[in-house]
Write a protein that binds this ligand. Structure first.
Ligand code: PGA
Ligand code: ZN
Length: 455
């Protein structure tokens, strides 16, 4: 038993200089475990609630002192004396204490901070690394549902969810939308180094591609380009499509083969430009596309470019459109629901039941506890959906998701670009884990084996 003795919280700052919650949980006789909560910008409306003070006199209302007080007071009283190894009971207690569907009373920033710091505290108490402790909790989560005895049975996968695995990174090269001052509408143009032999090689390739892309932007006259919130270049391009062309050119300039060594991913984040039932793009003098118009646009790109992954191609409420998108592209392309599913097993179950999407973005703070996040990963894997563990656009030095993706064997991680230290905190932790777990495989393109066209 690792008895929780102390629970403490404070307000710190994230990568956008916005206040966020840091929590320390200490077990008897051990060093404190500490975690910091991230924060999104292009948030989905069904996410768990991030509690902000709303008092305009201080930091324009963005303070999180109420969430901090909730941790120090009500939550501390409820969990002191509990066993930090029993993540399920701790997280269940947090949900019960909050009492709402969306953590709006105590704040998902309060509950997640406590939930993650508890995992770190348990690892400290046992004298193991976080990745090992998370591996044990993941095992418990799997065993609490007998269906996962044979993950992806009949779908020819089996590699996911079975112990430590180095993930395929989806790395942001060009940023748009809310993360780069609305320069272009689509939010992320990503590279997926599917052909690399190891995680380290994948990262080498990514760094080279990023450098070549910087040079290409200068050559095309986009001088002095700054980076967006996640470190991707944020040029004011002529069109969204130009971003795809540029990333492909950068892969080639790095001496790699698009489609074989590296493939393209998009986070359209279309909820952000969906209004009055249409998708509103500045392209071609201002387009107003229906769902089917968007599907045609994306299908046309998939025919012409080596695109293997599309996130939020349609908006969070457009379930009918999403179903048609899945029918059209779901056997060739990973279709990730971010705003659509918000890491919520109830929404993901609706997707499974209706044949909507084939992948789910996993963001801890969208749901607000570690155990619920593990349950969503489990639900995805047992139904043949690919989980992608993701950071937020507002991040910190906290690198928990690197350990999480490896421990669960979820298979993919999306953290942003390879500049800015809050991003590197995760990529560098993965390098350490690769060394620590020598023998753990890099999954590379195998992660897409369930997609028929990828063979
Ligand atoms: P967010 O962006 O953290 O601003 O929501 C990340 C994403 O949309 O995937
Ligand atoms: Zn997204």
């Amino acid at each position: 038993m690792s008895r929780i003795e102390r629970v403490h919280a404070r307000e710190v700052l994230d990568s956008r200089g916005k206040p966020t919650v840091e929590v320390e949980v200490t077990c008897t006789g051990a060093r404190p475990g500490r975690a910091i909560v991230p924060s999104g910008a292009s948030t989905g409306k069904f996410e768990a609630v991030e509690l902000r003070d709303g008092d305009d006199a201080r930091l324009d209302g963005t303070g999180v002192l109420q969430a901090v007080a909730n941790v120090r007071g009500e939550i501390a009283s409820a969990i002191i004396g509990m066993d930090a190894n029993d993540q399920q009971s701790i997280d269940h207690r947090l949900c019960e204490l909050d009492g709402t569907d969306n953590k709006s009373r105590l704040g998902a920033n309060a509950t997640l901070g406590v939930s993650l710091a508890t995992a770190y505290a348990a690892a400290e108490s046992k004298g193991v690394q976080l990745v090992e402790h998370l591996g044990e909790i993941w095992q418990e989560c799997r065993e609490s549902n007998p269906n996962l005895a044979d993950p992806l049975a009949g779908r020819g996968h089996g590699a996911l969810g079975n112990g430590p695995l180095l993930p395929l990174p989806m790395v942001n090269m060009i940023s748009g939308g809310r993360h780069a001052g609305d320069n272009i509408e689509f939010q992320d143009f990503l590279v997926l180094p599917v052909g690399a032999k190891s995680y380290r090689q994948a990262l080498d390739w990514i760094v080279t591609i990023y450098r070549r892309l910087g040079e290409l932007l200068c050559e095309r006259g986009y001088e002095g380009v700054l980076v967006g919130d996640e470190g991707g270049f944020g040029p004011k391009l002529r069109s969204n499509e130009e971003a795809v062309e540029l990333v492909i050119a950068a892969i080639e300039a790095a001496g790699l083969e698009p489609g074989t060594d590296a493939m393209i991913g998009l986070d359209v984040a279309s909820t952000e430009f969906y209004a009055d039932g249409t998708y509103q793009l500045a392209e071609n003098g201002g387009q107003r596309l229906s769902s089917d118009g968007m599907i045609d646009l994306l299908a046309d790109w998939v025919d012409r470019y080596p695109i293997i992954s599309i996130e939020d191609g349609l908006a969070e409420d457009d379930w009918d459109g999403w179903k048609r998108l899945t029918e059209r592209l779901g056997d060739r392309v990973q279709l990730i629901g971010d705003d659509l599913f918000v890491t919520n097993s109830v929404r993901l179950q609706r997707g499974i039941d209706t044949g909507t999407a084939n992948s789910v973005l996993v963001k801890l703070n969208q749901i607000g506890t570690l155990w619920e996040t593990l349950e969503t990963i489990r639900l995805a894997i047992e139904n043949g959906y690919l989980p992608v563990v993701s950071a937020r656009s507002g991040e910190t030095e906290d690198a928990t998701i690197a350990d999480l993706v490896v421990a669960t064997g979820a298979g993919q991680i999306k953290v942003g670009s390879i500049v800015r230290s809050e991003r590197l905190a995760k990529y560098n932790q993965l390098l350490r884990l690769e060394e620590h777990l020598n023998g753990a495989n890099y999954i590379g393109r195998d992660v897409f084996r369930p997609l028929k066209a990828d063979g």
